[in-house]
Design a protein around this ligand. Sequence first.
Ligand SMILES: [Zn+2]
Length: 433
Amino acid sequence: MRIVLASLLAMFLIAGPSVSPSNAGTLEGKKCSKIGQVKNSSGIKYLCRKNKNKLIWSGEKNNSILSQPNRVSNTSGPKPGDLPPRNLENCGEGVYFYRMNSGVLERAFFEKGPYVSKDPRPNSSFDPIRVKAYETIRNRVSKSSSRPTQTFYTSKEFPSNVLTLLKNQLNESINYWSDYIPSNSEVHGTFTTPKNSEILFNDNILSPKDAMWIFDAYTKSDYAKCGGRSGISGSHIMYQGKNAGEIGFWIIFPDAHNVTHWSPTYLSHEFVHGVQGLFWYGRNVEPLNVAYNHIEGGAELFGNALALPNLGWYQDAIKKKMVNQHAFNPKEQPIPTTEADVLRMLTLSEKGEQYKNSDFGSGVLWAYTVGLHLWEWVLANYGFEAYWDILRNFANNMTYDEAVKKSIGISKNELYKEASPYILRQFQAVFRK
Ligand SMILES: [Zn+2]
């Protein structure tokens, strides 16, 4: 089971809002040969990235968002559909800034604002499949009146403002999924920084070896400086110890980085993984065999829809991920032009290749984006439970194909075929010139 745990954790790490390593110095602007390549020089890390059709080394300049004046004006809030400014902190990935203001989620392009709480786009401006899927998720209410208790494990260094937000979010996630969680169980939420690694060495989290694995992965990557500014998070079912079978959610906040941003989709995404784990816990099934696009596409869909209060922001979050992934490795993430391309992407996204050498296999990345669109299609046409029926049937020793057939009455290939025009038009809408 340890291998399973480790490989799932590897996937959860990829769940962060952005993943490009990078930073500065004398190599700046010089030619490089392979996109995504990372090089250390004079103690500074450089990332090989594309700039105006040339591959160049790019490192840290300074942390000021004002050094990218051409992106967007910092005197107006995000316009509907705008992507956030890129290269924030020279991490190569745009981010929105979110905050809670008197219980209302607000969004901005810049840390200092201006923040907005509403999106003017009417439902008619979105694809009806997307509207239906989003509303199916948002309108669902848990059928259970009981809910699991929460136990927190918190390090002193964890930023208190972020902690409050996360605890509230965890509470909301538990309420939403409470009818999927066995009664009388606990949800264990751990919030720490790398400084307090000992807090993870606890029966209530996961096995010490796996905890160590998280920290190793954390320090070896550049998440703490760049993409992981919101932290690294995971959720899993504990396989050992006195709380085996219960959900353990954890988030590690970078203490090497002084920016305490918060991403609202983090926790809601990860918590879905905990719920997924309940289905296969104690069964002789290998979670990865259900298909990576089911695991990650589902977490993306439910996580984004539950975290973001309107369709506009939900769509922007999806668009941002698609654009970032394409920009990260355009060769491996070509923009589909035919339904046949989409079918290929769907098939590739079933297999989750592992993170290696700062490079992502296209199947890994597409599991999130293509996967999300696939499950939007399924929820819109077959209802909320169809997604979970597939998991339930899989956990009863069916193949992915058999589970799809039993759950919605058509084969997996027929489903892919049926959903591909929708997926294609979403990709074309995002990458339209
Ligand atoms: Zn995930």
